[in-house]
Design a protein around this ligand. Structure first.
Ligand SMILES: Nc1ncnc2c1ncn2[C@@H]1O[C@H](COP(=O)(O)OP(=O)(O)OP(=O)(O)O)[C@@H](O)[C@H]1O
Length: 292
């Protein structure tokens, strides 16, 4: 079990995270927040790349900073921009990283073969990576993070630049890996974690907002999400009155999905909230169009 206990991180006088408490056991955790909310800061602390200003992070009761190398042996980490070498093949690259990690040569060879199979890159294992798609590169990234068969696998925005098909493949791979380890995945894309995360962690205003199942998080706005059709001229005033979640043109009308806290009009259909509805609502002052 990995426990974040009263953790605060300041950069000079700027507070990036404040009094965070979290517990992780095996499964997939989606760390979901818009850019700048502090995801990378938290992930870097969980990876011991930076240290908490206050509080501590414990693995099975021991402080991860004091565990030092022992902790890093348990950790697999895929940073936002992972440095690979264009002219290397996946096999060469993974053997190189294995050597850096001090893994025995014979053991490394077997492990690299095993991992290339796991991430479905066996067929291209000898090809130079410069011709690889974003998804293939990310799978090499996962493989390097998995070299030491980590008990904790941390991935920072791993689906950036992947096409929809690659995203699905990536999600399936993570679900498989999470059966016997902690997988923590940071993203600002709701669909990346919606189908695979056992729990979602949301941070806002430097603080932990939610750590819960998707079902429970969606309950927060249960009974507040509606859909209705309106005529175009009414759209502007409607948007001023209610928080619009999505809009779609249908015939001469506009189909609106929105949040209302007041009792509904008879023309409104109450609908079940989705994680994306919650995300848009919670971060309405922070999200920009590129998030969706
Ligand atoms: N070394 C640093 N010095 C000063 N401020 C920092 C430093 N690192 C991060 N910050 C600030 O802390 C806040 C959180 O940054 P962080 O990178 O953790 O956000 P994020 O949610 O991971 O976003 P992104 O996905 O863009 O990395 C931001 O306001 C950022 O500017």
């Amino acid at each position: 079990m990995l426990v974040v206990k009263n953790v605060t991180k300041n950069f000079g006088s700027f507070c990036a995270l404040k009094d965070i408490n979290l517990e992780f056991s095996n499964g997939v955790y989606g760390l979901l927040a818009p850019n700048g909310a502090g995801k990378t800061t938290l992930i870097k602390m969980l990876s011991t790349l930076i240290f908490p200003t206050k509080g501590e992070i414990l693995y099975n009761g021991s402080n991860i900073i004091e565990m030092d190398e022992q902790y890093r042996d348990l950790l697999g980490y895929l940073p936002q921009d992972f440095g690979f070498y264009n002219n290397y093949s996946p096999t060469q690259y993974l053997l190189y990283i294995a050597a850096l990690k001090g893994i025995d040569k014979k053991k490394a060879k077997d492990r690299v073969e095993e991992l290339l199979k796991l991430v479905a890159l066996e067929d291209v294992k000898g090809k130079k990576m410069k011709k690889f798609s974003g998804g293939m590169i990310q799978r090499v990234g996962i493989a390097q993070a998995m070299l030491n068969d980590p008990k904790i696998l941390i991935l920072d925005e791993p689906t950036a630049g992947l096409d929809p098909k690659e995203r699905v493949r990536f999600r399936n791979l993570l679900t498989d890996l999470a059966r016997d380890r902690i997988v923590i995945l940071s993203t600002h894309i709701v669909s990346d974690v919606e189908s695979i995360a056992n729990e979602i962690v949301m941070i806002k205003d430097q603080q932990l907002l939610y750590k819960d199942t998707i079902q429970n998080i969606c309950q927060m706005i249960e009974g507040m999400v509606y859909e209705t059709y309106i005529d175009y001229p009414e759209a502007a005033s409607f948007r001023k009155q209610y928080f619009s979640l999505s809009e779609k043109q249908e015939g001469n009308s506009l189909k609106l999905r929105f949040i209302s806290k007041t009792s509904p009009n008879t023309a409104w259909n109450s609908v079940s909230p989705s994680l994306e509805d919650v995300f848009l609502y919670i971060y309405q002052d922070m999200v920009t169009d590129d998030v969706l």
